[in-house]
Design a protein around this ligand. Structure first.
Ligand code: MTE
Ligand code: MO
Length: 315
């Protein structure tokens, strides 16, 4: 029997040592002297072209960084484990079971998904709960298009997602100590899932999704912390009750169901006010530090989903 061994991300991984030891001093006048831009926005050079809801104009993270600095605990807990350990993973053939409170439950093969849904590129700002961020050009289609196809019943209030379990292909699922209980699961409220920003991605940088990024199909919800972006999905279920979420199950006080990016609500063990943009700026700790935006900058599109909710309680 494997032992469920919930990981505690070390605060030292979140905020480089000097910074977490003396955050207050650093956030004060001393910041400039250290060459950090902790208190001011330091967005990288914009791309040519107009910013739209679906394409931010911040500098795109290099493909190299986006495909080698990953969280995918099924392949190990280190940032470079997914790229190193996912070579044996077979993303095809692949079937996704879509059911629960729907009129037309169905099992859809990835080939049909590629054929039936119109793929488009979305350049999204992504923000991990560990206070780092990237800008990634995804290829995908609106989750709502898939929901339309199965016709949710009026009683459906949530959408639950489940990742594949394949210990033979996913070394993080094998062995005595395993970092999380499997399968990895997460969920959205139905109206969140229907927001046009929420997509199911099948690619990035104009290419098919690599294994380490969640091949062949993963969720991308850019206004929420990265852990909601569940990878390698095999099951989507419409439910009446709030579905479980892996990180919330493993530490409910640290990771909420909603997980909206919110600089005003600190993680119990580190600040969420700023983030490190991977690959940018270099700086002392590798990654320009910038202010984190409410809803990761997507407030105009999504804040209305949460009107009347206390987001410090429903975090
Ligand atoms: N199945 C599964 N999905 C997952 C994870 C995981 O460990 N397993 N990690 C999550 C976390 S914490 C983040 S930040 C994003 C990272 O996505 P990326 O590696 O494509 O940037 O995937 C999310 N989806
Ligand atoms: Mo994350």
């Amino acid at each position: 029997m494997p032992v469920f061994h919930p990981p505690k991300i070390a605060a030292s991984e979140i905020t480089p040592r000097a910074l977490y030891l003396d955050r207050r001093t650093l956030l004060g006048a001393a910041v400039g002297g250290l060459g950090l831009a902790a208190a001011s926005k330091v967005f990288a050079a914009p791309l040519a072209g107009k910013e739209t809801d679906y394409k931010v104009t911040e500098k795109i993270t290099s493909k190299e960084d986006a495909t080698s600095y990953n969280n995918f605990y099924e392949f190990g807990t280190g940032k470079d484990d997914p790229v190193r350990n996912s070579g044996d993973f077979k993303p095809t053939p692949w079937r996704v079971e879509v059911g629960g409170l729907v009129n037309k439950p169905q099992v859809i093969g990835i080939d049909d998904i590629m054929k039936d849904f119109v793929m488009e590129e979305r350049i999204y700002r992504m923000r991990c709960v560990e206070a780092w961020s990237m800008v990634i050009p995804w290829i995908g289609f609106p989750l709502s298009a898939l929901l339309d196809r199965v016709e949710p019943l009026g009683s459906a209030k949530y959408v639950a997602f489940e990742t594949v379990v394949r210990p033979d292909e996913m070394p993080g699922q094998k062995g005595f100590f395993q970092p999380l209980p499997w399968p990895y699961v997460d969920g959205l409220r139905l109206d969140e899932a229907r927001n046009p920003l929420a997509i199911l991605a099948t690619g990035l940088y104009g290419e098919t999704l690599p294994n380490q990024n969640g091949a062949p199909l993963r969720l991308v919800v850019p206004w929420k912390y990265g852990f909601k972006g569940i990878k390698s999905i095999v099951k989507i279920t419409l439910t009446e009750n709030e579905p479980p979420c892996t990180w919330n199950k493993s530490a409910a006080n640290e990771y909420g169901f909603y997980a909206n990016v919110n600089p005003a609500v600190d993680h119990p063990r580190w600040s969420q006010a700023t983030e490190r943009r991977i690959g940018e700026g270099g700086g002392l700790f590798g990654g320009a530090r910038m202010n984190t935006l409410p809803f990761n900058g997507y407030g105009e599109q999504v804040a209305g989903l949460y009107s009347g909710m206390d987001l410090t309680v429903n975090f």
